[in-house]
Ligand binder design. Sequence first.
Ligand code: NAP
Length: 254
Amino acid sequence: MILDQFKLDGKVAIVTGAGRGIGQAYAIGLAEAGADVAIVDVIPMDETIAAIQKLGRRAIGIKADLSKGEKESPKIVAKVVKAFKKIDILVNNAGIIRREPFAEHSAKNWNDVISINLSTPFFLSQAVVRQMQKQGNGGKIINIASMLSFQGGILVPGYAASKGGIKSLTMLMANELSKDGICVNAIAPGYIATANTAPIRADKKRNKAILDRIPAGRWGTPDDLKGICVFLAAPASDYMTGYTYACDGGWLAR
Ligand code: NAP
């Protein structure tokens, strides 16, 4: 039956940056669909862990600095396999944004954003893929893109480059990993009310300009993204790979 194809019972997921914001919603959504979840963040993860355990699923929190993805990724995978024996789903959600005009944009801002948003998803996916290949049952990798995977934005060169790169990396991974039954897709959230977007929501002029352009007429919420995440993690999407899906209240259609 089709609704059974959306169930994640017995699956093990990793969600990065799940201490708060959209990552927290992804982690809870996957648990609501049946998965046990390992969450990775630098901030306290108690709230997310408690919400998952309340659903009767297992949860662990792994404290790691994802600006150091090359060093941290093998350690994260080893901890998850030790706790849950396997990995079926990876959501590369952790991300940062730094706003500064192009001509003045500092090397630190550029490097920090590229490390966390693009390099770490590469290194963590690589470590997870090696584990999935060993398991031999395929898997699902979900990268987190952005409207700026399709548009240039302003003041955020590192962010735009990282999210454009995520869309390309998603296609490459799909091309190479389909033979192993590993599906790789990306979610491109529209304008979602989180700490990440607090500065532009506080700017009355920018906030109005954004709202005027969203056909749905409102900012998205982290919960708006749960459905696409569960779908891309579930057997229902087994023939879908290599694509970046917008969940944006119609922003890109405008
Ligand atoms: P958020 O509220 O800032 O949450 C991101 C989480 O990642 C935070 O817990 C953050 O911890 C963590 N994180 C940041 N740097 C880290 C590091 N070095 N190591 C480990 N964890 C780290 O952001 P969000 O709005 O939920 O965004 C989540 C993802 O969606 C990002 O990839 C973002 O680019 C993408 N996205 C968001 C929007 C939007 O409108 N909000 C739109 C498109 C795409 P800290 O609190 O320490 O930073």
